[in-house]
Design a protein around this ligand. Structure first.
Ligand code: NAI
Ligand code: MG
Length: 380
């Protein structure tokens, strides 16, 4: 099954006709460097074949930056991101830095990058790969036709609200506040409506309106925004029952929009459909423009880091999203997705997919499956 282009209107700013682009590469920690190297190799190859010269500039982030420069997001790393057309990100974090708190943590770099670059919309495409339908924990007939996009709000909600811990003994308490403004909800739901219109015209807005005040605001605003998009059919779903429905009947979904925490959890759960966290890609966009950030949804996977067996597909498919949303090369993005399908069909699988191949072998299989440069059309 050919997947649908997930891009189009609003957010992401394809610059057709350009011949040069600058990409910031932030490999980060654990398997981050292993998978970003794979994605960078694919990006370079495909961009060159389409007449785009890519300048890749690398900077440390996360734990690696704490070690080398004393902070998870050094100013020079942030500056490079701002001055680039797009950012390719690996992962931040690992047991070595687990004792750190607050802004000193590797993961603080991720949150600050989102805030500084205004990346309030996170796209996470979910589809079943034909070659892997038998490997999912779900039945092949349930997932075969699945092809949807989770749109997660990325700069609001509980992760960005006020946090505090106080008291002592058994009275010690902690709280995290989940705050949403009308503007924040309208922005992400509007983006999701435009995305749905470019696909199959169906939007599912997920909330917890029966229990949370922020959920009631979410539903009110989502209803109002949806009314401005009469060509999109909108349904509202409560997150708890939706978490089950998403796996029972994923084929009926087109675009799913959710607040930050719910979107985080739902998209990891949705990895059951392709069958591995290692296959899931993401794009984080500022609907008003500026550089977007592309990263696999998995973390630094300390349990397998350094062994050369990380699945590079999530990072490679994130590069495909970059080609489409930031570099103006949607045809190149399709070629990468097809090459990933062919490599998987050829049975070149890393251990997370039940195989014995290495990251390098899988990357080489994707590069081999790309169209030969001579057969490429000039346009995209
Ligand atoms: P994780 O995604 O790193 O790993 C979860 C499981 O999936 C592990 O068994 C891992 O080996 C496997 N896995 C993940 N990606 C894989 C790949 N590409 N190929 C093969 N197997 C893969 O999540 P976990 O263990 O919860 O977190 C590990 C560290 O990563 C923590 O420090 C966490 O804070 C950080 N993290 C960073 C993220 C980011 O930078 N965006 C996102 C999630 C976690
Ligand atoms: Mg997550």
């Amino acid at each position: 099954m050919e997947s649908q282009p997930i891009a189009t209107t609003g957010g992401g700013h394809p610059r057709s006709g350009r011949d040069h682009a600058r990409v910031a590469v932030l490999p980060g920690d654990g398997i981050g460097p292993e998978v970003t190297a794979a994605a960078a190799a694919v990006l370079q190859r495909v961009a060159a074949a389409h007449g785009l010269t890519l300048e890749l500039a690398e900077r440390p982030v996360g734990g690696a930056a704490i070690e080398s420069e004393g902070a998870p997001l050094p100013e020079a790393t942030l500056r490079l991101c701002r001055e680039s057309d797009a950012v390719l990100f690996g992962a931040a974090g690992g047991p070595r830095w687990d004792h750190l708190r607050g802004d000193a943590r590797p993961g603080a770099a991720t949150l600050r990058l989102r805030r500084e670059l205004g990346l309030c919309v996170n796209l996470r495409p979910v589809r079943a790969f034909p070659a892997l339908c038998g490997r999912s924990p779900l039945r092949p007939e349930v997932i075969r036709e699945a092809d949807f996009v989770i749109v997660r709000e990325l700069t609001g909600g509980a992760y960005f609200g006020e946090h505090a811990r106080s008291g002592s003994g058994m009275d010690e308490s902690a709280h995290d506040t989940m705050v949403y403004t009308r503007r924040e909800v309208a922005r992400v739901v509007g983006f999701a409506c435009r995305l749905a219109r470019s696909r199959r015209g169906r939007l599912t807005s997920v909330d917890k309106a029966n229990a949370l005040w922020s959920g009631r605001l979410w539903r009110d605003v989502a209803t109002e925004v949806a009314a401005q998009h009469p060509d999109v059919s909108v349904e509202h779903a409560l997150v708890d029952s939706f978490a089950l429905r998403m796996l029972q009947d994923p084929a009926r979904l087109d675009v799913v929009v959710a607040e930050n925490l719910f979107g985080d959890i739902l998209s990891d759960e949705a990895a059951a459909i392709p069958g591995s966290l290692g296959l899931m890609a993401s794009a984080s966009l500022n609907p008003e423009g500026g550089p977007a950030l592309y990263e696999p949804i998995h973390g630094s996977a300390p349990d397998i880091a350094g062994r050369g067996i990380a699945d590079p597909m999530g990072a490679i498919l994130s590069a495909a999203l970059m080609l489409e949303h930031s570099l103006g090369l949607p045809q190149a993005a399709r070629e990468v997705r097809q090459a990933v399908d062919r490599a998987l069909e050829a049975g070149i699988l890393t251990p997370d997919l039940g195989g014995t191949s290495t990251t390098e072998e899988m990357t080489a299989a994707v590069l081999r499956a790309l169209p030969a440069p001579a057969t490429l059309g000039a346009g995209s």
